[in-house]
Design a protein around this ligand. Structure first.
Ligand SMILES: *Cc1c(COP(=O)(O)O)cnc(C)c1O
Length: 344
């Protein structure tokens, strides 16, 4: 549907005209040989923003997370993850498939794990049990409706990790949303980690790519692991060029997405069948529970689609995500459509 108001995900964003131009004009080289200046510029810029020594451009957030877990762990070890996290639920089991580590999923309060609960779940290795070597934190938290993990929580998690000689990886697919919503600079979040990944291809609007940032030694290892997984790419400046625009210019506009999500959430919350506390919407993701007297989730989504509005069924609920390619008119269209369908 060409003119649909597409709220399914912020991954549906299209490159801006400036990104298209940058792609056409990118200076490129063979990045596997270390020759692509545009990739190097992106990696240096990302490392600087995150306050890390080095960074690596990768095709996807999933690969960035997979490389981080692989770099920080060995077989016979265990990784603490939040139970609804993307790494644990949505990345096709690379924890076991690639890294051969045990995941230890913990409960949380809106994505923020209790540091004392983490401490209790760190294992002392012996002949029976694995060594705990990594804690993964996700912010913003996708399946908790874009919740920002508070800096204080991250600091407390980091202290527990340091006490036990354990690494912390942040899955910061939407860390810029977390930064804009909280006013905390991304590097203050990143400072509480050993490695952090973020996605250029979500709210920041680039067509492809994520970046993993860490110390130089770990990024060197991640580069070899990326090659081993088939992620070494050649004239990749063509896609790093729009990534530079995404990193440099797009964080500043994320506040608009958050304001639109709040407006949409406030309107949806009053409708029959919608289970939503609008105060829970902190960034660009709205997760609603749905229990309507007449309509199932697929029926509601089909009726929305017939009115040109797309949303996504997730975990027994429905997700609306705002991004640069939905504007105020799209938000009003969604509100009107949902109202007409659910009240009718
Ligand atoms: C999208 C996402 C990823 C993975 O990114 P892909 O590029 O889709 O592989 C990782 N973590 C979170 C929280 C995400 O939302």
């Amino acid at each position: 549907m060409a003119d649909a108001s597409d709220f399914r995900s912020d991954t549906v964003t299209r490159p801006t005209p400036a990104m298209r131009r940058a792609m056409a004009e990118a200076v490129v080289g063979d990045d596997v040989l270390g020759d692509d200046p545009t990739v190097q510029e992106l990696e240096a810029a990302a490392a600087a923003v995150m306050g890390k020594e080095a960074a690596l451009f990768v095709p996807s957030g999933t690969m960035a997370n997979a490389l981080a877990v692989k770099a920080w762990t060995s077989a016979l070890e265990e990784v603490i993850v939040e139970e609804k996290s993307h790494i644990f639920n949505m990345e096709s089991t690379h924890l076991t498939f690639i890294s051969r580590v045990m995941p230890r999923p913990l409960r949380s309060t809106r994505g923020a794990m209790d540091p004392e609960d983490i401490r209790r779940n760190i294992r002392t290795p012996n002949v029976h049990t694995p060594r705990t070597s990594l804690i993964c934190v996700e912010s913003t938290h996708n399946n908790w409706g874009g919740a920002v993990i508070p800096l204080e929580n991250l600091k407390a998690v980091r202290r527990v990790a340091l006490d036990h000689g354990i690494r912390v990886h942040i899955d910061g697919a939407r860390i810029f949303n977390a930064s804009v919503a909280s006013g905390v600079p991304v590097r203050d979040f990143a400072d509480q980690s050993d490695s952090i990944q973020f996605c250029l291809s979500k709210g920041l609007g680039a067509p492809i790519g994520s970046v993993l940032a860490a110390d130089t030694k770990t990024i060197d290892l991640a580069r070899r692991l990326r090659k081993a997984l088939g992620g070494g790419m050649r004239q990749v400046g063509v896609i790093a060029a729009p990534g530079l625009i995404a990193l440099g210019e797009m964080p500043a506009r994320l506040g608009q997405d958050h304001a639109r999500a709040k407006r949409l959430a406030a309107a949806l919350a009053g409708l029959p069948g919608v289970e939503l506390d609008p105060a829970s919407v902190e960034t660009n993701i709205i997760l609603i529970g749905f229990a309507h007297p007449r309509l199932t989730i697929p029926q509601f989504l089909a009726a929305l689609e017939a009115r040109g509005v797309l949303a996504l069924a997730v975990f027994g609920g429905i997700r609306f995500v705002t991004h640069k390619d939905v504007d105020d008119a799209d938000v009003e269209r969604a509100i009107e459509a949902a109202g007409a369908i659910l009240k009718g």
